[in-house]
Write a protein that binds this ligand. Structure first.
Ligand SMILES: [Zn+2]
Length: 79
């Protein structure tokens, strides 16, 4: 059996490494397994994905074909 348990520290490192390289299947599996049992790491992953999208947009910002409308929807809920 291949041990697929990863610590949060290892998982965050994998999530970051994944941005630059394709992870081996075993690591991807370990990542998924950890994401299923961990509460913090999925949030971190989401942040990384959001950041990646932002970076991608920033890189493509040099010559924008048309400016996307900024639809800032702020919902203020008071309870
Ligand atoms: Zn974790």
């Amino acid at each position: 059996m291949i041990p697929l348990r990863r610590t949060c520290k290892e998982v965050t490192a994998l999530v970051i490494a994944r941005e630059d390289q394709t992870l081996p299947f075993r690591e991807r599996l370990a990542l998924r397994l950890h994401m299923a049992i961990c509460a913090a790491c999925p949030k971190f992953e989401r942040q990384v994905l959001t950041m990646r999208n932002a970076m991608h947009q920033w890189r493509n910002y040099q010559e924008p074909p048309n400016k996307p409308e900024l639809a800032a929807q702020k919902t203020t809920s008071s309870s």
